[in-house]
Ligand binder design. Sequence first.
Ligand code: ASP
Ligand code: MG
Length: 305
Amino acid sequence: MDKLESVEEGLKVKREVLEVSSDLISSMGQFLRKRGFIEILPVVISPITDPLNHSVFDAGIEYYNGKYSLTKSMIFHKQLAMRIHPKIFSFSPNIRLETKDKRDSGRHLIEFTQLDLEMRDATRDDVMSLVEEMLTDAFEKLEEKFGKFLREMNPHFSIPKIPFERVKYLEALQKYGSNFESVLSENATQPFWLIDIHIDDREFYDKLDDNGKTLRDMDLIYPYGFQEASSGGEREYEYEKILRRMEYKGNDLESMKWYLEEVKKGIPPSAGCGIGIERLTRFVCNLDDIKSARLFAKKPGELAI
Ligand code: ASP
Ligand code: MG
């Protein structure tokens, strides 16, 4: 650990930024409720959590003879919740103990909150349309309430035009090389979707396309260099396919046995995504560093209150 951040650092957030963030949370929640979604309480510890597609430090808690993991994403709980209700969302605190090389990315926190949503029997297109409308609605409300502040902070603030452009992962890779996401984001003036992400670049749970190479998934990318906003997709829900994907990824089957047992009993097909609240706030307010997007922010490699 390099340094212990001062308490004042954790409080260095503009009051109006907090108001904007609070308004986004409220508008998106209201929008989803109007569309028949219910808000479920977040899961903070569980024996199973998202394995992610990159490694982070372990965040576990020993408890009697078992072990809890702090939630990296609620993906599996969202899939299981589909048995009970067809449309759910949660403001889910995620802990991802990233390595300190990510400290200066401007967009990584080791504790963040994502608006996680999932829809039974939905397609990727359903989720993309929903998110486009939800963001447009939230931005319109922001404009009404905080127009003056946002224009001062962000010369580019505008209501995004829908539908957002869709860019295919492999085409972007071929055209711009491995750094394509940042190149495309730097040059864009509107949010856009990156779709059909390569199987090697994502976790096992997003659905594999018939081509066996790319996924039925999408990332939302912010313009002006702000990069990734959201990840999501249609999900694998069939036992054999999930097992094959976990083996392909080299996931630890033993630690995932509870999930696999439930999948065997049957989980509904679904699609969904997770949208980082701090990144959304940072984008809207045009903040240099994500640290200024929430109170008590914790960056990779730092100890903060
Ligand atoms: N995989 C996303 C995440 O990174 C969430 C989702 O797909 O719904 O948290
Ligand atoms: Mg992602």
